[in-house]
Design a protein around this ligand. Structure first.
Ligand code: DX5
Ligand code: ZN
Length: 218
């Protein structure tokens, strides 16, 4: 079953609570929280305070995507705030195993992310240690960008490795996912679809979520 993780980056922040409840009722599986520091990516967004605030209003797992430098400094805060999954960029981690272990030590699921230009090979050694692999299908920093199609071959490779190594991490995709691109991702092996603008720019969020999930079955 394909899962969907609406990214609140495209939500109306003046009524974030209502937005989250609406996607929860609309069939979301995770709430995707995009954390940006203005250094690793050219944008600044959400900190642990916001995660603290949204935790009590949803039963869904909070999928916290850290697009920040020095993630080790902030992992304990995001864990305390109620993150269920914390993903860190391979490109931001000099000692990736240590960082993944730090996440797990907080009792939180650990994920690794790669940018579109990063080859899949660099995460091969960490695959047995992660609960989730996130393949960026746009360059991180902003919602509403176009899907980069040549990332699909990486998803296929990672999915093949998962079977060969008999592992069970989830494969998530993030960026430009909509009714046109969702099936390309799931056909390549993705299990979790992050969708920001395709969900929150739609008046009826439930319909948007269901349309994306339906498109994967076509
Ligand atoms: C991009 C973020 C994404 C973003 C996706 O840096 O990591 O999660 O919100 O937005 P859409 O679905 O609009 O491409
Ligand atoms: Zn994201």
């Amino acid at each position: 079953m394909t899962k969907i993780a609406p990214s609140i980056l495209s939500a109306d922040f003046s009524k974030l609570g209502e937005e989250i409840k609406e996607v929860e009722q609309g069939g979301a599986d995770y709430i995707h929280v995009d954390v940006m520091d203005g250094h690793f990516v050219p944008n600044i967004t959400i900190g642990p305070l916001v995660v603290d605030a949204i935790k009590p209003i949803t039963n869904l797992p909070l999928d916290v995507h850290l697009m920040i430098e020095n993630p080790d400094l902030y992992i304990p805060s995001f864990a305390k705030s109620g993150a269920s999954i914390i993903t860190v960029h391979q490109e931001a981690c000099v000692h990736l195993h240590r960082t993944i272990q730090l996440i797990k030590d907080q009792g939180v699921k650990a994920g690794v992310v790669i940018n579109p230009a990063t080859p899949a090979d660099v995460i091969y050694p960490i695959l047995p240690d992660v609960d989730l692999v996130l393949v960026m299908t746009v360059n991180p920093g902003f919602g509403g960008q176009s899907f980069i199609t040549n990332t699909l071959s990486k998803i296929e490779r990672i999915s093949k490795w998962r079977a060969e190594l008999n592992l069970n991490f989830e494969i998530e995709v993030d960026g430009g996912v909509n009714v046109e691109t969702a099936k390309l991702c799931t056909d390549a092996g993705a299990d979790v679809l992050v969708a920001g603008s395709a969900v929150f720019n739609h008046q009826n969020r439930k319909e948007a979520i269901q349309n994306i999930l339906q498109a994967t079955k076509g």
